[in-house]
Ligand binder design. Structure first.
Ligand SMILES: [Fe+2]
Length: 368
C-alpha cells in the first residue's frame, strides 16, 4: 500500500508525502532522473541523454498521483515521467542522508573471534555470501581446508575465484612471501614487518588481499592484524584534531624498481561525506617524503606519529599464527597486517590481490 501523495507543486520543486515523511524534489533533479523510455534505456536502465541536452530552465507543469505513481509533466520540452514511491523513498535527499548504521563493526583484539570458513566443496554462492558477511563486518575471514606444503590441493587461485579474477600487478598474479636472495620488497625477507596496508602507491590500491600459508614459521613470524577502522575511531575520540589532519591531507606513496615507478597520493585516513571512515592506508616502507606546505609539516607529523603509536597498542593487535592450509582474506584498505619476530626462512605464503568490485559489487552466481 503506497503512502504516496502530492503535498505541493511549484515550478522548481515538487513536495510529496512518502512513507518516511514529506520530501521535496527539485524539478531539474526529477527531469534528470526521468524514468520514461526516451530518458532511460529499456534494457539496461542507463540514462540516454547528457545533462547539457536538457532545457536551460526545467520547470514542472503539473504533478499528480495517477494509479499509485507520481506523474510529472515538465516544461518546456513536454517530457512526462512517472516515479513509484519505493524509488522516491530510496533516493530522497531532503533531510538526513541514509542514517542506517554502517555494516562494518570495528574490533579490538580482546574478545574478537576470526570467522573461519572451511573450504570443503563449498565453491559456491553460499560460501561467498558467508565470507562476504565476515568481510563486510570484520574486514577479514580465514578460509581453511586448503593445500599445505607441497601437497596439491585447493590453492590461492581457487579461493580468489570465489570472487573473481586476480589483480595482476608487476609482482605477477600470485606473489611469494618467503626469504629471497635479492628481494624486491622487504616482505620477501624473514625480517619482522611493521603493520601496514599493501601497495598504497598503486591506483587503485588493491581492495582485498589473500595470504595462503603453505609452510608455517617454526619460530617467530606471528601474524599481527590491526583493524584500521578501530584505530581511526580511537584517534578521532582521543585526538580529534590529529584525526582531522590525517583525514584532510593527502601524502605521497611510492615504490620504484624492476622497471616501474609507481606513485599515488592519499589520505592516511579517508572519510566519506558522512564523516565515516572509508579507508585507512598506512605503510612506513613506501611512504614517500611528505610534501605538505612548510607551515603544515610539523602538525602533520605530530598527527601521523600519534596514529602510528595507536597502531602499535597491544589492545588493537590481533596475533595469531597462520597454519598450513589456511588462507587469510582481508580488506587491504582497512585491516593492517604485519609479522612479529624474525620468520623461519622456510616459511612460505602465497599472496594475491582482488579489486574491490569483485567482492563488493558482484551479485551474479559463480560461473560453472
Ligand atoms: Fe603486506
Amino acid at each position: 500500500m503506497s503512502d504516496l501523495s502530492v503535498i505541493s507543486v511549484l515550478p522548481d520543486e515538487v513536495t510529496v508525502e512518502l512513507s518516511g515523511g514529506p520530501a521535496r524534489f527539485h524539478a531539474i533533479w526529477l527531469r534528470d532522473n526521468a524514468r520514461d523510455d526516451t530518458s532511460r534505456h529499456a534494457g539496461n536502465d542507463q540514462r540516454l541523454f547528457d545533462v547539457t541536452e536538457l532545457p536551460s530552465h526545467v520547470v514542472v507543469r503539473a504533478a499528480e498521483v495517477v494509479d499509485g505513481l507520481l506523474r510529472v509533466e515538465f516544461e518546456p520540452d513536454g517530457a512526462i515521467s512517472t516515479y513509484d514511491s519505493e524509488w522516491l523513498e530510496a533516493h530522497r535527499y531532503d533531510g538526513p542522508i541514509d542514517s542506517s548504521p554502517p555494516v562494518a563493526v570495528p574490533w579490538s583484539a580482546d574478545g574478537f573471534v576470526v570467522h573461519r570458513l572451511r573450504w570443503g566443496d563449498r565453491r559456491d554462492v553460499v560460501a561467498r555470501a558467508e565470507a562476504n558477511g565476515a568481510l563486510m563486518r570484520d574486514g577479514l575471514v580465514v578460509v581453511n581446508g586448503l593445500a599445505a606444503g607441497d601437497d596439491p590441493g585447493v590453492g590461492i587461485r581457487d579461493v580468489a575465484g570465489l570472487w573473481g579474477p586476480i589483480r595482476l600487478t608487476n609482482y605477477g598474479e600470485v606473489f611469494h612471501v618467503r626469504a629471497e636472495a635479492d628481494p624486491l620488497n622487504l616482505a620477501f625477507t624473514p625480517r619482522a614487518l611493521n603493520v601496514h596496508t599493501d601497495n598504497p602507491y598503486r591506483r587503485p590500491v588493491p581492495g582485498y588481499q589473500l595470504l595462503h600459508c603453505l609452510v608455517a614459521s617454526g619460530s617467530g613470524g606471528v601474524t599481527v592484524l590491526v583493524d584500521g577502522f578501530r584505530a581511526a575511531e580511537v584517534l578521532r575520540h582521543e585526538d580529534p584534531e590529529a584525526f582531522a589532519v590525517l583525514a584532510s591531507r593527502r601524502v605521497p606513496f611510492r615504490w620504484a624498481g624492476d622497471g616501474f615507478d609507481l606513485r599515488n597520493r592519499s589520505a592516511i585516513v579517508e572519510v566519506d561525506d558522512r564523516g565515516e571512515v572509508r579507508a585507512v592506508r598506512y605503510n612506513n616502507r613506501s611512504a614517500a617524503p611528505f610534501d605538505l606546505p612548510y607551515g603544515e609539516m610539523a602538525e602533520f607529523y605530530a598527527a601521523y606519529r600519534t596514529f602510528a603509536r595507536l597502531l602499535h597498542q597491544p589492545e588493537l593487535e590481533l596475533r595469531f599464527t597462520l597454519i598450513p592450509g589456511e588462507c587469510l582474506v582481508f580488506d587491504n584498505e582497512r585491516i593492517l597486517h604485519g609479522r612479529d619476530g624474525e620468520a623461519d626462512p622456510d616459511r612460505y605464503l602465497q599472496g594475491c590481490y582482488l579489486d574491490r568490485d569483485w567482492v563488493h559489487g558482484r551479485v551474479a552466481p559463480l560461473p560453472d
